[in-house]
Design a protein. Structure first.
Length: 247
């Protein structure tokens, strides 16, 4: 296992996570070189964008490239399925096989496991990650709506119960009240579990405040593409975080 890196930011300011959008290994190398100056950031390898080439051997080749280009940058491995707003189209079984390869690679610091996966598969992946001492970022994406406050709190608590080192919920808001619901859910769960890192995102332009405030991590990219609606560009995100937290 490569050395441990803290995943989250300070108590108030979220840590920047730069997600890859590359669909070729050459493009991935270029994106990694752009990330290199961002010494305080972590990298999310979005392997679902390689769905056209996905295999165990290709995954390991990809991880070696990232590790060689960014040996001191913590790596979060994500295989985002289409159900959760990503690009990976295959079955839960195929998803699980690739996640296991990443867990056992020794080349990642954190693994994203989707809460929406079938319980039997999710439990196997959690066990595999815990055996290899790979901390879990458990994620859930509601691409059409924002659940109720009670539902969000239930999800956050369930993720902790199932072994998440950090929990992430991203929802689509339709009103300002939806954004406030997410912010309040994050506040409430932090009061219940003060040492439990939380990511609560309201997607789209309406929810952009949640990308600056409240969460342990905030996501961006170094390319013109975005991995979720409402993400700021890296320069804009850095400028706004700097302005917000300079006091």
């Amino acid at each position: 296992m490569i050395p441990y890196f803290p995943l989250t930011g300070t108590k108030a300011k979220p840590r920047i996570c730069i997600a890859t959008t590359a669909i070729s290994l050459t493009d991935l190398q270029h994106q990694c070189k752009s990330v290199l100056p961002e010494t305080e950031a972590l990298l999310e390898l979005r392997y679902d964008f390689f769905s056209h080439a996905a295999s165990a051997s290709h995954l390991l080749q990809t991880l070696h490239i990232v590790h060689n280009e960014l040996p001191h940058t913590p790596i979060l491995f994500t295989l985002r399925t289409q159900t959760d707003g990503g690009a990976y189209p295959q079955s839960p079984t195929a998803y699980a096989q690739l996640i296991k390869v990443a867990i056992h690679s020794g080349l990642i610091n954190y693994i994203d496991i989707e809460y929406n996966q079938p319980q039997s598969i999710r439990n196997v992946l959690i066990t595999e990650a815990q055996k290899k001492h790979v901390p879990i970022l458990m994620s859930l994406h509601a691409m059409q709506q924002t659940p109720s406050l009670e539902t969000l709190l239930t999800y956050f608590a369930a993720m902790k119960k199932h072994g998440a080192a950090i929990a992430k919920i991203a929802c689509m808001p339709h009103t300002p009240a939806d954004v406030l619901t997410m912010l309040y859910a994050v506040k409430q769960i932090k009061e219940i579990y003060p040492h439990y890192p939380i990511i609560g995102i309201s997607m789209g332009k309406l929810g952009r405040i949640t990308r600056l405030y409240g969460s342990a991590i905030t996501f961006t990219t170094v390319s013109s593409a975005r991995t979720a609606p409402g993400q700021f560009s890296l320069p804009t995100l850095k400028a706004r975080l700097s302005a917000l937290y300079k006091i």
